[in-house]
Design a protein around this ligand. Structure first.
Ligand SMILES: [Zn+2]
Ligand SMILES: [Zn+2]
Length: 282
């Protein structure tokens, strides 16, 4: 049976990403209007997108305080479940993620933090899940396919990373079967990114999706929306998946229940929809 509609969009951006143009309110309004069950808001977490100005004590926390108050977001808003996370940059060929080597050692008011931790953990611990993506592939110009493959697999091994973002877009060589196989074995996932079809012919995405189907690795289909009016619109990705006869049961973003179950399987756990300010505004 052909895929017609997917009920989750788990890779979207707000104004926080600086080159995205909608608020969380506008995004959730659009998700509701188009009939989504679940929205994931995943702003960029990387040096290319957000400024770090640790010139004075507390500057780091103040620069990243966006992630400290996400408990104010309703868990259900206009009838749509809402998760929040981030899209973290892969910053080196070892597959480290942004902020892994930066210490947060002061509170926002500049007083010393008795339990300093990395900026990565500061943001990841406040995220429901994390997407690991490559955006500045300069360091991959001289690396081999084998090294690139290990980079992706290492990034997937971070306990908070749920899926790899837009691996069909970055134009680097890697062993698709090895990355897809590792994602499957780790109970993590591969993203098929609608936005990638804007800048590529989609053939690489089709190859990756075909190997996910063969090897039994789940995928997440997402828009990577940078403005609200593109949320939930996956027409190119769905057409490609139908072309290759991709099995629906391997699409974790087909429903809220399927996505929650995949997140549970990954070891990341589940979201308590009743916790905090979770309530339906509908
Ligand atoms: Zn990205
Ligand atoms: Zn993105």
């Amino acid at each position: 049976m052909p895929i017609t509609q997917l009920k989750c969009d788990m890779h979207t951006h707000t104004l926080r990403s600086e080159h995205a143009y909608s608020t969380i309110s506008e995004n959730i309004g659009e998700a509701s209007a188009i009939g989504l069950e679940l929205l994931g808001s995943t702003d960029h977490f990387g040096a290319g997108f957000l400024r770090i100005e640790p010139t004075r004590p507390g500057e780091l926390v103040r620069s990243y305080q966006f992630w400290t108050n996400l408990g104010t977001w309703p868990r259900t808003w206009h009838g749509v479940r809402l998760m929040h996370g981030c899209e973290a940059d892969i910053v080196d060929i070892e597959g480290h993620l942004f902020g892994h080597d930066v210490m947060v050692d002061a509170h926002g008011d500049g007083t010393p933090d008795e339990c300093p931790d990395t900026l990565k953990n500061f943001v990841f611990s406040r995220s429901d899940y994390v997407i690991a993506s490559l955006h500045s592939p300069a360091f991959t110009r001289t690396t081999s396919a084998l090294e690139n493959t290990k980079m992706y697999i290492n990034a997937l091994q971070d306990p908070k990373v749920l899926f790899l973002g837009h691996i069909g877009r970055m134009g680097i060589d890697f062993d698709i079967d090895a990355v897809v196989g590792a994602a499957r074995d780790l109970h993590k996932m591969i993203e098929i990114n609608e936005h990638t079809f804007d800048s590529t012919d989609g053939r690489r995405c089709a190859r990756i999706a075909a190997r996910c189907a063969e090897l039994g690795c789940k995928i997440v289909v997402s828009t990577d929306a940078h403005i609200c009016c593109t949320i939930g619109r996956f027409s190119e990705a769905i057409a490609m998946l139908n072309d290759i006869g991709f099995p629906q049961e391997l699409i974790a973003s087909r429903s809220c229940v399927a996505f929650e179950s995949a997140m549970e399987e990954s070891g990341i756990g589940s979201v308590d929809w009743e916790k905090g300010l979770s309530h339906s505004i509908m």
